[in-house]
Design a protein around this ligand. Sequence first.
Ligand code: ADP
Ligand code: ZN
Length: 826
Amino acid sequence: MVARTVTLPTGTLSTRAAAAKMERMEPPPPHAPGADAPGSPAEQESGKEQGALFDPPEPTAEEIAAGAAMAWETAAAEDRVVADVVLNKPLMDAYSYLVPESLRDEIVPGRRVRVPFGRGLRGGRSESGFVVAVRPVEEYAKERGAKPERLKTIDRTLDEAPLVDGKMLELSRWIAEYYLCGWGQVLSSIVPAGVKRNAGTRQLVFYKPTATGRAALDAGSLTKKQRAVMAAMIDAGEPVRADYLAGKADCGVGVVTGLKHKGFAEQVRQRTDVTEFDDVKIEPWTELTATDEQQAALDAILAALREREYATFLLHGVTGSGKTEVYIRAIKEVVEYGRQAIVLVPEIALTPQTIRRFRQRFERVAVLHSHLSDAERSKHWRDIAAGRVEVVVGARSAIFAPTPHLGLVIIDEEHESTFKQDSVPRYHAREVAEKRCQEAGVPLVLGSATPTLESWHAAQEGRYRLLSLLRRVGKLPLPPVVTVDVRNDPQVRKGRAIGRQLTNAVKAAIEDGGQVILFLNLRGFSPAVWCRACGASLKCPDCDVSLTWHRDKGRAVCHSCDHEQTVPRACPGCGAHELKYVGVGTQKLEEEVRQVFPEAEIARMDSDSMRKPGSHDKVLTRFREGEIDILLGTQMIAKGLDFPNVTLVGVVDADTQLHQPDPRAGERTFQLIAQVAGRTGRSSRGGRVYVQSSNPAEPAIRRAAGHDYLGFVADELRDRWDMSYPPYRRLCRVILRGPDEAAVKRRANEMANALTAAAKTKNLPVQILGPAPCAVARLQKNWRFHFQLSAENPADVRLLWRTVEPDFPTAGDVEYVVDMDPLNMR
Ligand code: ADP
Ligand code: ZN
């Protein structure tokens, strides 16, 4: 142990070098002691290993040899080591601390510790952080030219073992660098809170026989009951609980403790899971014959898997082309190698249907979704880390699942913007997955019917390998799409949401025994409360956002901050009694549909009607079983559903996304229409799609109606090039906010000017765009300004930002956030 601690590879104190060191500190390979398969004697015998997520790294032969030399040369100084610790703060640098003698063996990279922080040797406060590197003290002194005596000392270790391994440390450092936030912030965000608190586990006492106990049994010197307990303990072959022994031997637990007092048995403390999970039934499954397109895609992925090489595949497959089947077969092979796969899906698509598709085919599937309790989440985390899970299926953060031998990562619906996190660290799971797969030397598969322009461009450039599934399974055609211009529709002019053509189509579909999906991406009853006299709409007092009328609550609600209020009788602007509810949200749509189709069974699905956990699944089950004729709702119903009896899809208003002040408005409109349209025509019954729009000539709508992804991307890429926009440039958005508008504006100008000046002196090809007020100029009482850094190479953005950042500590009332590769432009 001592040899290991003092003989870490040397390097500089910079975090970069510290991280480079960690590459040599991965968990041991499977044959090394301490990494035995779960349930093996090594694990059962040693209570200490229980609950351990990662075993500390074993020294290499080279390190041991170097350690001997070190001990011989610098026997006096070898005792003292310094640990670099990152705290949950927006800082890239680590802090150095002395490691007390008593903790020498426990302090390894990835371990959480408690340290003093602040002025004075003791520090004002105590903070927890992660150890990222450990080095001999003289090395620290040499590099820093500093006196180690002035360092503070680590207080204590947290947890029973390191929470992250060397690879995860490296990945988190990369995230911090790329997304311009603190290393410690990333680490504390990617390790679930439940894991840090060891939720769902408890220290329990177990008993095992001692040698004298065995001898006593052989010698026949025990009472009858003692003999029975002793025999049961030996039979068990692993430490067992006293009540278990008492049950087996039909006696009281006093006999067990009696044996312990005599030295015939000893106690072992182990951390044990206390959460229990239902056994999942694996349903029978008939193998499908892969289509030629599926087979070709699979062959390409398997070739990379077998070569153990990193490659990113872009699986462009139209809706219903059988992408999931390709994923599953690739995972099968990974599992056969004894490795694990991670499958990321948008949270909204984590339906029982999706989960069942994996559980049908794999025995040990862990599903990580946002409704897990801390205890469940930490149980999954431990199971995954111990290699007990074959497939991890989860939303964005599952990319950090601590699989010991990662074999493959899949991101389904890769175009979904929810793969980007909207709070620090503002990572995109696709970028993180790429990095993780590169490091692990394994393939990454990105699947979508409507890939992002970023991914499509990468495929064109050859960075990704394109695999195409252009036909639906079973030779089913893609559904015909009718674009309905609603500008002259008599019903829509009267204020109805559903025009004449769509009404007739719904009627026909239901009479024919089919089911209908109606999609509208606005929740609430009316999206605006508008004054006929002055033309202003009612706004949130705290945000620059129109209030939405929720008739069921009798209140107007801000969808940005959840502020609720009654609607005043008079317009707050002009005093006229002319306030009117305008527009149609899902609640009003529901009312209209109930009036027009009184016979039909109708269900609404949006975040208001689906508040209760499980209600989502309930509605989908009823829909599947044919109890619901018309399912209407927001994007909750747009994605991933596979119901063969849906013969009609109506897009009630295709224009809702189109006029957002966002350069991706067209892309999102195309994606949404293509996705909703994909919900129909999934059986021989066929299906049709009606898209209502006031802008039927818009390219995004026209191309989506023609199922013309290639045409759409060609147009859109040209526009992006003209606008110097991603994928041709990388953007970094800086958003400033504060209660005083003038102060926020001033700060934004200062920062933008400083960046412009620094770009010039450093000769960095980075453009600064703005500052300007954000599209939502005020949010939760704060005024908002933003500006953007734009460059071809993200490294230039990073370099520029890091030179200027220290001059702008968050001070006073103006705060700022930095968003690399932003998707949210509001
Ligand atoms: P996508 O994800 O591309 O929209 P899915 O993976 O949901 O498509 O597949 C659509 C349907 O086709 C599913 O019901 C699936 O079980 C079925 N399917 C997939 N591959 C095959 C195949 N080779 N033969 C028959 N049915 C298949
Ligand atoms: Zn608000």
